[in-house]
Write a protein of this length. Structure first.
Length: 185
């Protein structure tokens, strides 16, 4: 095969450039990013190796300075939220929405090292809910269930997965993490 030297290609599936965000608001982007982080946490306990690989592609450019075609969709969404003025021609900005970059970096490093600090993770999820201005009661329920995933019943887990799928299906149905999440779980 001509390209057998290529071991792995990393590329955002849906959010490769700012044109894919046209007509969305910062709140829409933050909601998608929040749902993806909740999916990432579920996958962390159910598909550890894939999650580590995904986090590596999200951490290639840890400052979340701009969208990159070789980064994950989550990285690109966080970059847009973190630099709303840069993307103001494509999205409706909201200065009250921000990204806790240091906390997300810590979370990503924790995933890569195989460690888990339940208290810090719960704090991050609550911080994200606040920083992203998440007001949807279903997403708040998701955050609570994901924070206590090891305690959730099978019914609660199924309900949480369904709620997350319902959030992203209309807006980000081709996002890299969502495609894996739907196929895996």
């Amino acid at each position: 095969m001509t390209f057998d030297f290529i071991q792995e290609l990393k590329e955002a599936r849906m959010f490769r450039g700012s044109d894919t965000l046209r007509g969305k608001s910062a709140r829409d982007v933050a909601t998608m990013a929040f749902a993806m982080i909740m999916m990432l946490e579920i996958l962390r306990s159910e598909d550890k190796e894939w999650t580590k690989s995904y986090v590596r592609s999200s951490m290639d450019h840890t400052n979340f300075g701009s969208m990159r075609t070789n980064a994950s969709d989550l990285h690109n969404l966080l970059s847009v939220i973190n630099n709303q003025d840069k993307y103001s021609a494509r999205i409706k900005s909201d200065a009250s929405i921000s990204v806790p970059v240091l906390a997300i970096r810590r979370y990503f490093r924790e995933i890569l090292s195989g460690q888990k600090n339940l208290g810090l993770d719960r704090t991050l999820f609550q911080s994200l809910e606040s920083a992203f201005k998440i007001s949807d009661s279903n997403l708040r329920k998701v955050r609570r269930n994901v924070g206590d995933w090891w305690l959730a019943s099978d019914t609660e887990k199924a309900s949480t997965r369904r709620l997350l799928k319902n959030v992203l299906q209309p807006t980000a149905h081709q996002a890299d993490i969502f495609v894996h999440f739907k196929n895996k779980l």
